[in-house]
Design a protein around this ligand. Structure first.
Ligand code: SAM
Length: 335
């Protein structure tokens, strides 16, 4: 007999239940390409941001660097490999990840399944929020209904009325005017982000993700599956990653309510360009003067172009929020 589940329950089981996609330690880079795996230059840019945060905090004796939803831990490992002198001894790098610790991870990186209680420094959450399970609703001729899914096939049918909490979130962030319109109810992501900001005593937290904004939400939602490097139907049976884009504007308000003292919503393209990733090809005369330097610069330009491509990773949203310190200059500029 078919077991009809809400999408939130189905995603929770498929991704994080016993034997779930992430719980069993699937390597994200084998299924999809995040900025972390696209190029170590993403980590180099985050390292520059870390230096700005360190300066704003007055170079504390202990500087936290927390990667939430750390996956393979590659981001932290790459950052450790390009730190400026004098920072490594004070840095406390922590991966927050429910998957098992990879054996080859550098020893200084702490690995834990939950957020540390207090953070002074920098928090990065790259493609974490899109994996927080959520419910889906659809406007029917009889009103808004929660969508139920058969986890083994992905077949759907409409089910009960949304809860009051769901309705409140929909009214504020994703109204559904026409029959057939669907929404993904983002309050679990807002709560997850608020729990991050609530732990930051002083510093910066950055969420990087596929996102959409009020007024331009997709009419039929964004649920997507990823397996072996391809997009596949979002069937929540544990065989694939299941994601949905993030309402980062809603997360921003949740972060402010949790204690953020300044906020910036921008794109990855604008943020990484400010952090020095231009994508500009080196001048051809460098090829004659210093062929090795030319090849290196050409390679960097190609990687920067991928990370800042507005139709790809560069189109991702960056939500940057600080607690007690000003926004770093690299993120404060308009863009
Ligand atoms: C799409 S992967 C991103 C991995 C990495 N940040 C990257 O960019 O390559 C999302 C990761 O978040 C982890 N995750 C999701 N919810 C989590 C939670 N509540 N606590 C810890 N880790 C979580 C998953 O296990 C998964 O490894």
């Amino acid at each position: 007999m078919t077991e009809w589940l809400t999408w939130r329950t189905a995603m929770e089981r498929a991704l994080y239940g016993d034997g779930g996609f992430y719980r069993r330690g699937e390597c994200p880079s084998e299924h999809f390409r995040t900025s972390v795996h696209a190029s170590p230059r993403f980590a180099a840019a985050i390292a520059r941001l870390l230096v700005e945060v360190d300066t704003a905090l007055g170079r504390p004796n202990r500087l936290d660097l927390v990667d939430v939803g750390a996956g393979s831990g590659r981001l932290l490992a790459n950052i450790l490999a390009c730190l400026p002198p004098g920072l490594a001894d004070r840095l406390a790098p922590t991966a927050v990840e429910i998957a098992p610790r990879p054996p080859e991870l550098p020893a200084p990186i702490a690995w834990r399944p939950d957020l540390p209680p207090e953070i002074t420094g920098l928090v990065v959450a790259n493609e974490w929020l899109d994996n927080i399970p959520l419910d889906v609703v659809e406007r029917t001729p009889d009103g808004i209904r929660t969508v139920l899914v058969d986890p083994s096939s992905g077949a759907e049918r409409t089910g009960p009325d949304p809860t009051d909490e769901d309705r409140d979130w929909l009214e504020r962030w994703w109204p559904l005017p026409e029959p057939g319109d669907r929404a993904e109810i983002g309050h679990p992501r807002c709560a997850a982000w608020a729990s991050v900001i609530g732990r930051v005593r002083s510093g910066l937290a950055v969420a990087v993700d596929y996102s959409h904004a009020f007024g331009s939400r997709p009419l039929s939602g964004t649920l997507t599956g990823y397996r072996d490097g391809s997009t596949v139907p979002a069937v929540p049976d544990g065989s694939c990653d299941v994601t949905a884009h993030v309402a980062l504007d809603a997360c921003a308000l949740a972060g402010e309510r949790a204690g953020a003292t300044s906020s910036r919503l921008t794109t990855q393209r604008a943020a990484l360009r400010s952090l020095g990733l231009s994508g500009v090809r080196p001048p051809i005369d460098l090829a004659h003067r210093d062929p090795r330097a030319y090849l290196t610069a050409l390679c960097h330009a190609g990687e920067d172009a991928e990370l800042t491509d507005p139709a790809g990773l560069g189109g991702f949203g960056w939500l940057a929020q600080t607690v007690t310190i000003p926004l770093p200059a690299s993120l404060a500029a308009p863009g």
